[in-house]
Ligand binder design. Structure first.
Ligand code: SF4
Length: 353
């Protein structure tokens, strides 16, 4: 039996049940694929349910405010995915009369849809013969065929795509793609793969050569940059000053506080921070209520964050800040460290009333 037949046979009795596996609706498949990028399935499931509940059809997502979309996405990270999701929904609704493109070639033209997502949607929903190559697929193929070309090199990307295109089942491309992903996620795992129950064990070169743990090969990651952020959560008469992040930087279009960035870690709120704050919001009299320190890791950045809760004597006039009460503050999409800070700061407040 060839690899794709063996894989499909295994898939019929081992496939994982997810809500997106009960539909061929391209809108829902697209949502699931974007949410599941860089995300564990268990975490992605909650977000998929939230999104399909709130926006059951593409027109609902297209007509939503971006702030609402980002708020729903909060905690999932890689916020460009949410911004692109929203922009693409609007494009499909306005320019394509709400009809999702059906072919790989048209799907890949949409914002936020790359080769993997276009292949997944076109094969699952429209049976187009396109191999979807994600991290799971790289791992499985590199092991079965003992390929030592780095999966994150230009050459590696080409080699694996070509191999995947040759192997794909032409009759059931969608199931085949999902089968390979499932095998990678449940059996051919990064650590301690379950080779003894793997349907492809007799064909697997890495198993035969006992080098499973050495596949796939990956080139070294970029150096991680440390950043030191000082946030000033300024309160005046139970209201807080916030602003939208509009620069091309992390967390674009989320909301945060007055911010200064330092070259190195700071121990306490002192004259240096006070001067930095006054530069942003003008002179004032402050009392420091609370200080919290967080570390937050992104793909290429490690953030060292101080959040200072300061009560100011006077209204803030300088800078383009919005003044919000705790309930309004909680409605904004905010970065994870600020979400944590709010949870502590507003702990005990009843927002239901
Ligand atoms: S035999 Fe082991 S290493 Fe090879 S594909 Fe199966 S699970 Fe992966």
């Amino acid at each position: 039996m060839d690899i794709s037949s063996q894989l499909l046979q295994w898939y019929r009795s081992n496939r994982r049940d997810f809500p997106w596996r009960t539909t061929k609706n391209p809108y829902k498949i697209w949502l699931s694929e974007i949410i599941l990028q860089q995300t564990r399935t268990s975490q992605g499931l909650d977000y998929y349910l939230k999104f399909t509940d709130t926006f059951p059809k593409i027109e609902h997502l297209a007509s939503a405010k971006e702030t609402r979309v980002l708020k729903l996405w909060q905690g999932l990270g890689y916020y460009s995915r949410a911004r692109n999701l929203h922009a693409t929904a609007q494009y499909v609704q306005d320019e394509l009369q709400g009809i999702f493109p059906k072919s790989y070639e048209d799907l890949i033209k949409l914002k936020g849809i790359g080769p993997y997502t276009a292949a997944a949607i076109s094969s699952i929903c429209f049976k187009e013969v396109k191999a979807a190559v994600d991290g799971n697929v790289y791992r499985v193929l590199s092991r079965i065929f003992d390929i030592d070309t780095a999966i994150n090199s230009t050459e590696g990307i080409k080699i694996f795509q070509k191999l995947a295109d040759e192997l794909i089942c032409k009759k059931e491309p969608g199931d085949y793609n999902q089968a390979l992903m499932d095998l990678g996620a449940t059996t051919c795992k990064p650590k301690n793969p379950l080779c003894d129950v793997c349907p492809l064990q007799s064909k697997c070169l890495a198993k035969k050569l006992r080098i499973v743990e050495q596949r796939p090969v990956k080139t070294k990651k970029h150096k991680v940059k440390n950043r030191f952020l000082n946030y000033y959560c300024v309160e005046h008469h139970a209201q807080f000053y916030m602003k939208k992040r509009t620069e091309n930087d992390i967390w674009k279009n989320l909301y945060d506080f007055p911010l200064s960035e330092a070259d190195c870690a700071k121990e306490d709120f002192n004259q240096v921070e006070l001067k930095a704050l006054e530069k942003i919001i003008g002179e004032n009299t402050f009392t420091l209520e609370k200080a919290r320190r967080y570390q937050h890791k992104l793909t290429h950045q490690k953030l060292h964050i101080n959040v200072y809760h300061l009560k100011s004597k006077n209204e803030i006039k300088k800078g383009h800040f919005i003044k919000v009460n705790p309930r309004e503050a909680m409605e904004f999409p905010v970065p994870k460290p600020i979400e944590k800070f709010f949870k502590e700061l507003f702990n005990g407040l009843d927002f239901e009333r």
